[in-house]
Design a protein around this ligand. Structure first.
Ligand SMILES: Cc1cc2nc3c(=O)[nH]c(=O)nc-3n(C[C@H](O)[C@H](O)[C@H](O)COP(=O)(O)O)c2cc1C
Length: 185
């Protein structure tokens, strides 16, 4: 069971990256976590969709070669961060080669505020409809007040660690049960 984790922010000391790194430690036995950094994906331009940049080809291959995706993301301006939406838009093209179709997906959102990126997470789920992913609807994972739960590049809050661990187990079970369920490509 290989889970590709992406969506974490690009800044040094990123809380979402720290959560993604914690997933490596907290994943159950038999689950392989691969962190994927999307920093090298250029701004989408539809003129490029039939001669894809190397970085997008690599990202699409990584998606294809995984059993499930885990998006770990912050909230920006009540929505999905632009760098992440951009990478997903690129990887979903051309439409007849949408690598997301049929892929089991989970989301862990985080923010330094009270809602843990809930608004961004539900915007992401709206895009899931057109992407034709097989999204795990429950359990959900929102990491609130991230700056209190993450210190010096580590998740220090035990309850949060437990939630992350349980969430990955649930996603692995969901992915096994739904392998290639809706695959169209
Ligand atoms: C451009 C920008 C917009 C933000 N907008 C929101 C927001 O709408 N809601 C929220 O709860 N936090 C917002 N934040 C705070 C981030 O969600 C929070 O700092 C988060 O931990 C950033 O993730 P990172 O540490 O992985 O970079 C925003 C931060 C930035 C940089």
């Amino acid at each position: 069971m290989k889970i590709l984790v992406f969506g974490f922010s690009l800044r040094k000391g990123s809380f979402s990256r720290t959560i993604a790194e914690a997933c490596e430690e907290l994943a159950p036995k038999g689950t392989e976590i691969e962190l994927y950094d999307i920093a090298d994906i250029p701004i989408f331009n539809q003129d490029l969709e039939h001669s894809m940049p190397e970085s997008v080809i690599r990202f699409k291959d990584a998606i294809r070669n995984s059993d499930a995706l885990l998006i770990v993301m912050p909230e920006y301006n009540y929505s999905v961060p632009g760098y992440l939406k951009n990478a997903i838009d690129f990887a979903s093209r051309p439409h007849q080669d949408n690598v997301f179709a049929g892929k089991p997906v989970g989301i862990i959102s985080e923010s330094t505020g009270l809602l843990g990126g809930a608004r961004a997470q539900y915007h992401m789920r709206q895009s899931f409809v057109f992407l034709e992913v097989v999204d795990m609807k429950k359990p959900e994972a929102f990491i609130t007040f991230a700056s209190e739960k993450i210190k010096d590049g580590k998740v220090v809050d035990e309850t949060t660690k437990e939630h992350i661990s349980k969430y990955i187990s649930a996603l692995a079970d969901f992915a096994k049960a739904n392998a290639n369920r809706n695959k169209v490509a």
